[in-house]
Design a protein. Structure first.
Length: 435
């Protein structure tokens, strides 16, 4: 049976425990990880056919995994591999699915992938988000606006929400900007959480219209890479500090930006994060692929699961006193890396840092259409001139040197992903290779 997941009646106690975990000494945090890892590994071996076959194929038994370091004996699992498996091979055998909750990944690298959680696991995911929010300034009585792809349908139906606790409202990114803007003015949120690209558009509208009544105390971003220019626009528009969260459908909130600005705290009481460079552990500050193991998912376990995201581990304790380890911001997905014909990898940050300094650009998107062909789409702003396109082309051409050709076009708007997210830099070449 599942362990380490709360029943609904225990939610206040579990939230109290989750907050206490933030300040556990390193040895107690490691002990907690070992116990939860041993439990989830044994459960996966005994109840999930895919993981039993995986363990047997490499000659491992659950008792061989006694610490996070022992996980390296197990092969990395990818979304593409899981998508090839029968659904019943990925879900615990004792689950009938009657009370389970199914969610879909965004499908930004291919076909969407269905994930299942028990209701208790779903509550725990929500509590981990709540912990990140409260650690960055959220109050339980705040009106919270979620700027994402959902619309309000039966929201705030719980008794505690009618009493003014955990009130949550949605602003849909698919709606016209004026509709989103009016919805925010109606909600008057004290806390906002949303996609950086959508919040940037709203912030620009607030600045241009001179509106000061939408003034949240805190803004949290997530689901997309947050670059410096976008962060500054959101800060100016909403007049509030910005804190970034790193989350996925598979794991929920993985890490959140510490108010000290030191880095992102990894929720290591519930997820183990490995930073791998060609299969070896990354050094502090070294950009690496993220591979995660959930310590709370028993309905559909994820053990040594590659997220396809790139970030760097950070060394040393945080001055805030919290014991959770630190990582740098996610620099994008592996599919956001521009891999040139000669094998050289270009970080999306190189394009972001260069293009955002050029006047005349409201928004941009860099797309690698073929190994040696880069398309840059530009949405002009009031300072745009014909010279803007030439400057963008020259700057991007310097980044890729002679290994690719760059074309720049002006457009009225940029496309969103099917999930409602926006990717400023993406490689259609990399996406094709991973689907």
């Amino acid at each position: 049976m599942m362990q380490h997941v709360p029943d609904v009646v225990y939610i206040p106690f579990w939230f109290y425990q989750l907050r206490r975990n933030l300040y556990l000494p390193p040895e107690r945090l490691l002990d907690l990880q070992r116990r939860r890892l041993a439990a989830v590994v044994r459960h996966a071996y005994e109840h999930v056919p895919y993981y039993r076959r995986l363990f047997d194929r490499v000659g491992l038994r659950p008792e061989d995994i006694r610490s996070p370091d022992d996980l390296r004996a197990l092969p990395v699992t990818t979304k593409a591999v899981l998508r090839e498996q029968p659904k019943q091979a990925l879900v615990a055998l004792h689950r009938d699915g009657h009370n389970d909750i199914s969610v879909m990944t965004s499908g930004s690298t291919g076909m969407p992938f269905q994930i299942r959680f028990s209701r208790q696991e779903h509550w725990l995911k929500s509590l981990v988000f709540l912990r990140a929010f409260t650690e960055t300034g959220y109050r339980l009585t705040d009106r919270q606006a979620m700027v994402d792809r959902r619309r309000d349908e039966g929201q705030n139906r719980w008794w505690f929400q009618r009493w003014g606790i955990f009130r949550k409202y949605h602003v849909c990114v698919y709606d016209d900007l004026d509709v989103q803007f009016a919805r925010l003015r109606q909600i008057r949120p004290q806390h906002i959480h949303g996609y950086p690209s959508a919040l940037k558009c709203l912030a620009q509208a607030l600045i241009e219209r001179g509106v000061t009544e939408v003034r949240p105390r805190v803004v949290c971003t997530g689901a997309e890479v947050l670059d410096k220019g976008t962060r500054e626009t959101i800060r100016r528009g909403f007049g509030a500090p910005i804190f970034d969260l790193y989350s996925t459908m598979e794991f929920g909130n993985i890490a959140w930006e510490c108010p000290t600005g030191t880095g992102y705290h990894i929720n290591s009481d519930l997820v183990l994060v490995e930073f791998l460079v060609d299969g070896r552990p990354a050094r502090p500050g070294e950009r690496a692929e993220l591979v995660c193991t959930s310590l709370f998912s028993y309905t559909m376990p994820f053990i040594r699961y590659s997220l396809g995201d790139v970030a760097a581990p950070l060394a040393g304790p945080c001055p805030c006193g919290r014991g959770f380890p630190l990582m740098g911001p996610v620099e994008g997905r592996l599919v956001d890396l521009i891999v040139l014909p000669g094998g050289r990898k270009v970080s999306p940050y190189q394009f972001m840092a260069t293009i955002r300094e050029i006047p005349g650009i409201g928004q941009f998107q860099v797309v690698q259409e073929a190994p040696a062909r880069i398309l840059v789409r530009i949405v002009p702003d009031a300072k745009f001139s014909p010279a803007t396109l030439a400057e963008v082309e020259a700057c991007c051409q310097r980044i890729v040197a002679q290994e690719a050709q760059v074309a720049v076009v002006a457009t009225e708007s940029l496309p969103l992903e099917p999930s409602g997210k926006f990717r400023a830099v993406k490689s259609e070449v990399q996406s094709a290779s991973q689907t």
